[in-house]
Design a protein around this ligand. Sequence first.
Ligand SMILES: [Mg+2]
Length: 298
Amino acid sequence: MNQIIIHVDMDAFYASVEMRDNPALRGKPLIIGSLPHERGVVATCSYAARKFGVHSAMNIKEAYRLCPDGVYMHPNFEKYRAISAQLHDIWNTYATASEYIALDEAYLDVTKKAGTWEKACDFARTIKERTRNELGLTCSIGIAYCKSAAKIASEEKKPDGYFEIPTAEAFVRLIEDRDIRVLYTVGEKTAEKLHSFGIHTVRDMQQRREDVLRLLGKQGQWLTQLAFGEDDRKVSPYKPEDAKSISRELTFQADTEDYGFLRDVLFLLSMSVERRAKRVNLYGEGVTLKLTYSDMKT
Ligand SMILES: [Mg+2]
């Protein structure tokens, strides 16, 4: 066996932490992010809130329209970061390399420490158990022979899920009738393009390899391989020096045309970017300024 990879993803992380720490919130539609009268989006919401159609990245006004009786809270990042560090301690017991995707999500390369598939599955179940016992939280875990399969596996039985995809054959069987959006790097635009040429499922992609290559070039190459279960990407630990960009942004709660004020804010954001760049010894080759107008055009 070449690789054994675990993808671990905490369930509704910010919301679960708040419910753990305040029993009065349990079972409630809890929405972490901006408050309804503010500008901004939903960061995370509880499963009770999802029943109303609320989801991450949704405009907070839309969330409020769907779920006016929800409990709305600002995130407490300091707390989540501390818990994330505890999670890393657990994960790193079993992994030789950990690639953190977010505070609550990572790929773990357990190939060497586990040695066998069975032992790796034991690791995965132990991680779930320890997360519950030591932190009072649940996670979903996918374990697979490659990163793409591990990621899809962790979503398969969410929340509190556990799912194994031991081989490329098992992976292909699972996804071949699904929409191509299931494949890593297929976003809205790529999907639209392929759909318009009648390529809808992973099976279509397998059968129309030439068309996909013609339409998508290099990305098509990767996708047609992935459609057959081929993904040899390694788990690569995050290193700040590999950063492609460093950015800071701020959403104003009210529109402003006060250029002096905007200049001051821009100055503070620039300083923050500078501090981060210096901390990891990086310099930039270009500067991009993003500005959102009152009609939300950017
Ligand atoms: Mg998560």
